[in-house]
Design a protein around this ligand. Sequence first.
Ligand SMILES: [Zn+2]
Length: 432
Amino acid sequence: MPPAKKRRSVSPLLLINIGQLITLRSVSANAGPRRGPALKELAIITDAAVLCLGGKIVSVGPTKDALRDPWIKKHRKQIVEIDCARKVVTPGFVDSHTHPVFVSPRLVDFEKRIEGASYEQIAAAGGGIRSSLEAVRKATRSALVTKVDRVLRDMAAHGTTTVEAKSGYGLTLESELKSLEAIREAAVSWPGTVISTLLGAHVVPKEFQDCSQNYVDTVCLEMIPQAARRTLAQFVDVFCDKGAFTPEESEQVFTAARKNGLDVRAHMGQLSETALAPFLRFEPASFDHMDHVSDDDVAQLAKRDTVATLVPGANYFLGLRSYPDARRLIDAGVPVALATDYNPGTSPTISMPMAMSLACTHMEMTPAETLAAGTINGAWSLRVADRKGTIEPGKDADLAVFEVEDYREIPYWFGANHCTLTVLNGVIESRD
Ligand SMILES: [Zn+2]
């Protein structure tokens, strides 16, 4: 488990006069991630108030009830009160797929792609993931901490309160552990919540190009056991696709992860279709990307809690015409989450509202569905749904306030940030 946060004294916090409070409280009796019609049940309260104590939500309801509450009346002087002036409040976003540990943007790749090069051609010319490796290998841990810290703060300013952060731009034992240490160190000083993932199996580094099995052995026999022993990661991820790891190699990575007590998730179906059935025995928390997936696998996933995490920022930034078929997944009953896939090569955005906007305009998801996908289903994919992703008593005090009157404006005003205040485990971060 992650190290203890620096102790913060969190004042009692009361948000009042919320125009629309998007609670996402479950209204159906079905436990588990939201699927099908349940994905658009937002359980909105108008003229609402939320009381948070000790970093937890303790009550949710109409403002007039909150102001009549005897405990609140008695303690009003000690309570930090925020008048939301009819704005919209949502659960803090759960960005369940990010790659924040890198040094530089990949501007050459960006220009080459504009000139017509494909993802595979850029990788073959020495660009792509491999071009980020050298800088991360050379960087000091503290330089990486500074990078991750800045990203987490930017994310919070856009409404994100829980972040999954992957290693994966070092691809040596030392640099992968250093990357995970940097995530951990940045997480300690950030008031939000970070879930770490070891992505040693991101691509096969050049020095192992003709002997990928030797690299898989390094991941399975060194990186995973050490990351697990030092509790540096909760998840192990693998990029299973052409040009990355084969299904057989990916199964080896999953086997090692589970043997060492870590949960698994995978980049699947971004560039080509991979049969998912052989991986289900590992109970993956999430399959991410999912641009290419068979009908049989969709039917399998509809019966399980493995979340399909869609990352339309990557499709957008790569200039692709096609996007993951969210409608097909949702209508079949597959639980769908949305994430930024923040990374320097294919999705350099920290904005969950941008991911939501792309999902609305290119994936036929409704604004309501994108909100649930960016909060509670992201929380399910990180196995933190018991404390994240909805605004209900007992959950962590993770809230985002938007300077809009209607939640549909969050994905509507694309490219602008309307988040004015974020509450992360009860700690207020304001842009004002
Ligand atoms: Zn990714």
